[in-house]
Write a protein that binds this ligand. Structure first.
Ligand code: NAD
Length: 499
């Protein structure tokens, strides 16, 4: 019997009653892993109603008890780390190590949620006016929703629902239709760890279900991660319906290589950061800007990239896996063709790659691709490629490199490789990008900080995890308090003479 993807509604796993959706396939061989049907309107209404009821009960549970659920959950995710990694590798094509990394980055956010009690502490000021104390609480919002992309099916749902529920909210997750198996398994573990049965709902679907969540009057906040046009739509629609929205979008991340950088560190970092995970990371480096004599590194970069080959998830030599879908491969291959036609120099063309493993002959494989002499008006520069493609540009100075990056509409991540503290400091101050690496190619912050994309890579105010997520999933209530019994209200009215 073919597996069918189920929805978690009011604590019960049930089949979708809406329209049929795309099959869930292993992108390394096109084997169908599961079929799926979207949630019907009625199922969505039931899920929201169940989440609303869950919120009213869950908000009464003390924060340290909510944290205990997160401690159990963190332990369970660690116990199931290999199992989740293998499932994730089947569903996305990622190598096993990369798939486990996806899960691990999510576990780290659950660890943040374990300390929720101290993170939800408000502020106090005794005697803010005579006999009057002021204090503030952070209170949960209500039902929150999260819409997630295909490329991190463990980490990104885990950016959202553990912190939202630790803050006292209930949550509705709408995972990517391309790889829903891992989010479902994670939700099962959450329930097994003792989460109240209707605290987390998992609904599957596409734009119709997302729009229903965005416009639903009982949903208070929406977290989204995905492509730029959809992020903009989510932000505008959710805001128009009076919701708090955070929408993480696409990227075009640059690495500046100064002539004084350590050559082997640059080359290793560039290769891993550009083609790792088949370039399907929102923090992947897709453009290297070689300043001055750093352009002498081009042959070395080409030689090292040529050594990387994609492969199936359990091939220990594989540098990365297939693209998520045949459509994705076709889109990236089309952009490579356009790059060639627009005059970029194609030093490596990944479209020639053929996998040796015949059981994986139908996978969405693309070898590492390298372009030199890229200019800002080319389509390969203007669009997010989201494939194993690295673009090389040159600049005469750090200022020129900064101009290129700061003109780019995206601002998710960037990095500089240099041995000059002065150059690094100028870069970190002047660059209009939210996450900056100094001799670190992919500067994804740990959850004690927040994930802070800028410009067209983010719509909203408060970012993911860290302190900002606690603020996103809570509302501040400020209390001004005065009691008339006792002596306090009659305290002497001392006047201070200010000079
Ligand atoms: P996507 O935008 O196609 O899909 C994301 C989610 O939105 C899915 O759940 C999908 O069902 C839903 N969706 C798709 N079209 C919709 C529409 N028209 N209306 C409403 N909902 C819709 O993104 P993807 O291809 O799954 O993920 C890759 C993208 O995500 C890349 O652009 C990548 O840069 C971005 N991403 C960004 C970050 C970040 O932190 N900035 C992190 C990961 C991925």
């Amino acid at each position: 019997m073919m597996q069918q993807v189920k929805h978690l509604i009011n604590g019960e796993w049930q089949l979708g009653e809406g329209q049929p959706m795309i099959d869930v396939v292993n992108p390394a061989n096109q084997n169908v892993l599961a079929t799926q049907t979207a949630a019907s309107d009625l199922q969505l209404e039931r899920a929201v109603a169940a989440a609303e009821l869950a919120f009213l009960q869950w908000r009464e549970v003390p924060a340290p008890e909510r944290a205990r659920l997160m401690l159990n959950f963190q332990h369970s995710l660690k116990l199931h780390h290999d199992e989740l990694g293998e499932l994730l590798a089947q569903d996305t094509g990622k190598t096993f190590a990369d798939a486990k990394g996806d899960v691990w980055r999510g576990i780290e956010v659950v660890e943040q949620a374990c300390g929720i009690a101290s993170q939800m502490m408000g502020e106090t000021l005794e005697n803010a006016a005579r006999g009057i104390d002021c204090y503030s609480y952070l209170q949960p919002l209500g039902v929150c929703a999260g819409i997630t992309p295909f490329n991190f099916p463990a980490m990104i749902p885990l950016w959202m629902f553990p912190l939202a529920t630790a803050c006292g909210n209930s949550f509705i997750l709408k995972p990517s239709e391309q790889d829903p198996l891992v989010p479902n398994r994670i939700a099962e573990l959450f329930v097994e760890c003792g989460a109240p049965k209707n605290l987390l709902q998992v609904l599957h679907g596409g734009p119709k279900q997302v729009d229903a969540l965005l416009t639903h009057p009982d949903i208070k906040a929406v977290s989204f991660v995905g492509s730029a046009p959809v992020a903009e739509h989510i932000y505008h629609t959710g805001s128009q319906h009076n919701k708090r929205v955070q929408a993480f979008a696409g990227a075009k991340n640059h690495m500046v290589v100064m002539p004084d950088a350590n050559a082997s560190q640059v080359v290793n970092a560039l290769v891993g950061a550009s083609v790792g995970a088949a370039g399907q990371r929102c923090m992947a480096i897709s453009v290297a800007v070689l300043v001055g004599d750093a352009k002498a590194l081009i042959p070395q970069i080409q030689m090292e990239m040529k050594k990387v080959r994609p492969g199936v998830w359990n091939d220990p030599e594989a540098g990365y896996g297939p693209l998520i879908s045949a459509a994705s491969k076709q889109r990236v291959a089309g952009l490579i063709q356009q790059g060639i036609e627009e005059g970029a120099e194609c030093l490596l063309d990944g479209r020639d790659f053929r996998i040796a493993d015949i059981t994986a002959a139908d996978g969405n494989w693309l070898g590492p691709t390298l372009f030199a002499n890229v200019t800002p008006e080319m389509a390969i520069y203007q669009q997010e490629i989201f494939g194993p493609v690295l673009l090389l540009m040159t600049a005469d100075s750090l200022d020129d490199a900064l101009t290129v990056i700061n003109r780019n509409p995206f601002g998710n991540g960037c990095s500089i490789f240099t041995s000059s503290g002065a150059a690094a400091r100028t870069f970190q101050r002047e660059v209009t990008v939210g996450q900056v690496g100094i001799n670190v190619p992919i500067p994804v912050p740990l959850p004690c900080f927040s994930f802070t994309g800028w410009k067209g890579s983010f719509f909203g105010d408060l970012h993911a995890y860290g302190k900002q997520a606690v603020r996103f999933y809570t509302e501040t209530k400020t209390i001004t308090s005065r009691w008339f019994d006792g002596d306090v209200a009659g305290a002497p009215n001392m006047t201070i003479q200010l000079k």
